[in-house]
Design a protein around this ligand. Structure first.
Ligand SMILES: [Fe+2]
Length: 326
């Protein structure tokens, strides 16, 4: 059985995915894309970094974009409930043979930096500086009207290992894809916050970030962004969609930032808080899994991603290929 039992009393309390930390090679280009085009709001721009938030977010940032020589995903940020959770997490990682250490991060409290068993870099925090509430300042809405960060999706060289690890931390699986004989996981979607996912894993060369997603109010916001990007020099940055996922039911568009980091605009998934919610199984060969309307994803979508700095990647253990557009 590829899906482990749920853990209702995990060792420490992860609330949700909360920020992405990306290395970008040109801060001005990044600000034009994330702020002026997507519609995120710049909370602070420092000489070497831009911190942005979406419209309903009270935290100082959900996107930290740091000047770098090469594009990288520096960390996946998760909020925990209490300062004590950070202490428990420190011991839990180190006692389990996984390195974890406290680091300093601007505009947020004590932060624990760790790696999961496949090498993805994680940061956990419980306090962040607060910013103005913009939800009802409708005059500030631009771009795709992004409301909040929704989830991370990562390439994993062994999805079963990833799922087992995050299940121990209380993440619950909502949907998954496995091989036709039901013995090996190809992808899984897992949550803490009561939506389809906070993090998902796709079989592939990893660990790498596949994409980070922004939740947007409606499909019409996504279509408007398509019109904007198609007429402001960003046509080539639209990689896949718009469309409707089979998995998650979300209306989606995948775009690439100036450094190639992949961003998903994501609307209308569903509530998953009931602990006995049965995970939904999908077949790897079902094209409606990717897109309800049947259109396969392009090859780049299965092959390109953002590396974690200094973390070696490896080929996936499972050799199985989904349906790919030609
Ligand atoms: Fe996604």
């Amino acid at each position: 059985m590829p899906i482990p039992p749920i853990t209702l009393t995990p060792p420490f309390n992860v609330v949700r995915c909360a920020y992405i930390d990306l290395g970008v090679t040109d801060l001005d280009a990044a600000q034009d894309f994330y702020d002026s085009t997507l519609g995120l709001v710049t909370t602070t721009r420092d000489p070497d970094a831009i911190y942005l938030r979406a419209l309903e977010e009270r935290n100082h940032h959900s996107f930290a974009l740091r000047k770098a020589d090469v594009a990288t995903c520096n960390a996946l940020g998760f909020r925990v409930a209490t300062p004590g959770d950070l202490e428990v997490a420190y011991d839990w990682f180190n006692n389990g043979g996984l390195d974890a250490d406290f680091v300093e991060r601007p505009y947020q409290g004590r932060t624990l930096r760790a790696q999961d068993p496949n090498g993805s870099v994680l940061e956990f925090f419980c306090k962040m500086d607060q910013a103005d509430r913009l939800l009802q300042k409708y005059g500030t809405y631009r771009g795709v009207h992004p409301q909040r960060i929704d989830h991370f999706n990562c390439f994993s060289p062994n999805v079963q290992t990833s799922v087992d690890f995050y299940a121990d931390l209380g993440f619950r699986t909502t949907e998954y894809t496995d091989t036709d004989d039901g013995t090996e996981l190809w992808a899984a979607w897992m949550h803490r916050k009561g939506t389809v996912h906070d993090i998902a894993f796709t079989n592939g060369v990893g660990p790498r970030l596949h994409h980070v997603a922004l939740w947007v109010p409606t499909a019409l916001n996504v279509i408007h962004l398509c019109d904007v990007m198609a007429t402001t020099g960003y046509l080539a940055h639209m990689e896949r969609g718009p469309g409707r996922h089979g998995i998650s039911n979300a209306f989606f568009l995948y775009v690439r930032d100036p450094d190639g980091h992949r961003i998903e605009l994501y609307a209308s998934d569903y509530l998953t808080v009931d602990p006995d919610l049965e995970p939904i199984r999908w077949s790897l060969t079902d094209t409606q899994r990717q897109t309800l309307w049947g259109t396969p994803a392009p090859r780049s979508w299965f092959e390109e991603g953002s590396v974690f700095p200094g973390v070696a990647v490896r080929d996936p253990d499972l050799k199985a290929e989904p349906v790919i557009a030609h």
